[in-house]
Ligand binder design. Structure first.
Ligand code: ATP
Ligand code: MG
Length: 459
């Protein structure tokens, strides 16, 4: 036979329920005597709330006296812990017997909640960082860096991207100066704004000033009526990439120095300066140090822009990059033209031995032409230009490397021999006096006169 509901003492049920609670529970009569308390409350053993520690006594007194309704909650702090106190009136047949008081320590919940929000915040941050990293990795993947030299450059790029240091990128034409500048910007905090770039050698002096600094309405005749924002102003918060910085005229060198030193610009026609926040990257294929010596470039500006120089070596000095570059360009072309082609081993060999005076841009162009002109799936040597097949590195920009001096000799004789060799070699290559003139930078009548002279003489 089961036990009848009424036969279990109510006090035993009450005690059991109270002990099952995870927080302090106590029962107080209307005079403030503690009638019952569970074990969790055992630290405060007073018989009357008056005997409890002061803050608890205070809060309990307030709780049981001030609630106009029959129940209420209050938050309070004691000994560095945070509690929520719930009070409920015990009423039976409209008689008020006392209170049930719940004392919940919410300190740990609070800590947990704040930890949780910290974790969520960190997780979001990590997700953002991972995203940015994946994006930058994709950008870096675009940049072939198999050689030690390029690996080192990439390392520097990674290191300096996050700082606002002025960077000067040096190197021959087509070595990847613009690509490095773009990569630094893309890896920097400034990447959320577009990179603003201008080539100082591509426009006239006057136009360059108004492009860079902008002007006020009516600043000069022919100016736009509304005025114009300069590129420096447009680069606010972002990066300004000044390509061919050696071509910057002297008076603009002074103005640029002021921008760097004082972080401000004055528009053409304006009296006031406006503050600017830009990161400056410059590039040149000229020997700026020599230009400083020759008085063609301001020394103070040179030191300001040259805080972090990055010298990209020519492709002929890092031939380990050529195979990976060939693969990349052929793959890119295949994707662009939806057609896969491969280079014959012979072509690969020829591309590896050629000196690439036009550097990566030249390699890219040669491969594009070979890809388009080759008819089959395999690109063979017929699709390469003659000067590569003949391995005659006579392209511009490799002038110095093409002249090898093994011993001193009289200058007059050296000039004469050089001229002879140059006209004969060029004519053999292009078979036209017009083209010889163009390639050697002389007019056609001079070219044909010299060719007539030298082709009949032995070298
Ligand atoms: N490391 C590299 N990996 C892959 N492609 C590259 C690399 N370096 C350069 N390129 C590619 O070669 C071409 C020429 O590079 P870029 O324009 O950056 O050269 P540059 O030094 O700025 O030339 P210029 O002196 O004429 O301004 C671009 O198409 C560029 O994407
Ligand atoms: Mg460039």
């Amino acid at each position: 036979m089961g036990i009848q509901k009424d036969t279990i003492p109510a006090s035993a049920i009450l005690k059991t329920i109270m002990e099952m609670q995870m927080d302090s529970v106590l029962i107080i009569d209307t005079c403030g005597n503690i009638i019952m308390a569970n074990d969790i409350f055992k630290d405060w053993t007073g018989k009357h709330i008056e005997e409890l520690p002061t803050p608890l006594k205070g809060i309990l007194t307030i709780s049981i006296n001030l609630y106009p309704s029959q129940q209420g909650s209050k938050i309070f702090t004691m000994d560095g812990y945070k509690y929520v106190i719930h009070t409920k009136y015990i009423i039976a047949e409209q008689v008020h017997f006392g209170f049930v008081v719940y004392l919940l320590n919410v300190t740990s919940q609070d800590i947990l909640e704040s930890k949780l929000s910290q974790y969520i915040e960190r997780e979001n941050m990590l997700a953002d960082e991972l995203n940015a990293l994946q994006k930058s990795e994709a950008k870096i993947k675009n940049m072939v860096s198999k050689s030690k030299a390029m690996e080192k450059i990439l390392e520097i790029v990674y290191k300096i991207a996050g700082f606002d240091t002025n960077v000067l990128i040096l190197g021959e034409t087509g070595v990847g100066k613009s690509l490095v500048a773009k990569t630094i910007h893309q890896l920097s905090r400034r990447a959320k704004y577009p990179l603003i770039e201008i080539s100082c050698g591509s426009i006239s002096e006057n136009l360059l000033e108004s492009e860079l600094f902008g002007y006020l309405p009516g600043a000069f005749t022919g100016a736009n009526k509304k005025g114009k924002r300069g590129l420096i102003e447009c680069a606010e918060g972002s990066t300004l990439f000044l390509d061919e910085v050696a071509e910057l005229p002297m008076h603009l060198q002074v103005k640029l120095l002021d921008v760097i030193q004082n972080r401000r610009i004055k528009k053409i026609g304006a009296n006031e300066f406006i503050p600017v926040n830009i990161r400056l990257i410059t590039a040149t294929n000229k020997d700026l140090g020599k230009m400083v010596d020759d008085g063609a470039f301001r020394e103070d500006l040179f030191y300001r822009i040259n805080v972090m120089p990055i010298h990209i070596p020519p492709l002929r000095e890092r031939k380990e990059d050529i195979p990976a570059l060939m693969d990349k360009f052929i793959e890119d072309l295949g994707l662009k033209c939806s057609h896969t082609k491969i280079l014959s081993p012979d072509v690969k060999k020829r591309l590896l031995t050629y000196d690439w005076p036009g550097n990566i841009r030249e390699l890219e162009n040669v491969l594009e032409r070979a890809f388009i002109t080759s008819s089959g799936t395999i690109i063979n040597k017929d699709s390469l230009p003659d000067y590569i097949n003949d391995n005659q590195n006579i392209r511009p920009k490799s002038y110095e490397d093409n002249i090898i001096i093994k011993a001193p000799m009289p200058l007059k004789l050296a000039r004469e021999i050089l001229e002879k060799k140059l006209f004969r070699l060029t004519f053999q290559q292009v078979k036209s006096t017009v083209e010889v003139g163009q390639m050697l930078g002389v007019d056609q009548s001079t070219a044909s006169r010299k060719i007539r002279k030298y082709l009949n003489t032995s070298l």
